[in-house]
Design a protein around this ligand. Sequence first.
Ligand code: IMP
Ligand code: MG
Length: 404
Amino acid sequence: MPNVSVVGLQWGDEGKGKVVDYLAGDFDAVARFSGGSNAGHTVVIGQRKHTFHLLPSGVLKGKELLIGAGVAVDPVVLKEELSLLPDEVRHRLTVDSRCGLVTPQDKELDGALEDSRGASRIGTTKRGIGPSYALRALRLSPRVSDIAADYDFAPLSSFYGSLSVDPAGLTAWAVESRELLKGLTGDVGARVEGVCQGGGSVLFEGSQGTLLDLLHGSYPYVTSTHTVAGYIPAGLGIPPSLAGKPLGVAKAYTTRVGGGPFPTELTGPLADRLRSLGSEYGATTGRPRRVGWLDLVALKYAIWINGVSELAISKIDVLSQAKEFKACVAYKQDGSEVSDLQSALGNLGQVEPVYDAPFSLDGASYSHGLPPPGRRLVDYLEDQLKTHVKLVSYGEERSMTIEL
Ligand code: IMP
Ligand code: MG
């Protein structure tokens, strides 16, 4: 079995957690390579819903769990997450010693920076992710390995102080974090290499979505790190040859949490209906998600930049009750039509979507396999996107998945 990565092709919340849990059985380890506790990956088994923010979604399949150097680790969240799970989970977990940490002050700063932006606020998750990555770039952020010994917090404290953020409590936080991380840290890159050399394989779990990538998304309305498959080797410390084959996950419509351009956004009763049918509320913040039709222009870009060769389409069931289905095939920009995201990315707030309404999926039921309307959607997407659809998800529960 070759290594595989699961990456989000929209603005996050595509259903990566469910897909990772579904696929994890075939792998020896599941590894996170970017993001932090801003992520909310949901896995539903029977009546029980689990939401993971830092732990890889392979946790419920008994797999080895790896948190790579590219992840911003909030020890408070990790502790809480581990406390809800059996003790044995700790023994399967390795956190890379090079991971940057999220301090309580980073969370305070995240909120303060948002407030200072006024109407142009990004709508961050306030999990301290932006400040943590920014401090890493400034070489002020303590890493997991740094707090294993006595760490000189003077430069960081003075930086926080200059922004009127009280640095008090950093040392106590470090001592508590050191306690939690004791015995959990290691070299994740070497672990991935070891699994592969032993004939095993690793599933890489992306977080957020392609359009939230710091460099390649809808800047400045993005997260503070990289979400694209190109970051897998750097975020884990492995050679690109081990990064595996990317499987892209996309919802059958589009959602976005927070601010920023969203060409296919819907408002009014139809938006309310889609939001309620799809239970579109943030897994991390509980915020109502903005909803809209499927955007094939954005999806083509995401498929290209991630090198995706197979797709998982989620929440197809929501379209069975939505009465209609539309897909955006081009954007109108300055009187002309463009069908590639690259030429519109700097102007995404101004473009008008051009829609195709090829068929309705009304009333389709998926419990006995893919019905004719679902087949039509799969054929349509494969034709438009030139990419094979491997998985169709028609509900939250683990078993509500059709493999094609
Ligand atoms: P941050 O990552 O908390 O700094 O937030 C930056 C932007 O990314 C905001 O619009 C967030 O709503 C969005 N975002 C961050 N993480 C996720 C996620 O896991 N799912 C969906 N949106 C996210
Ligand atoms: Mg999510």
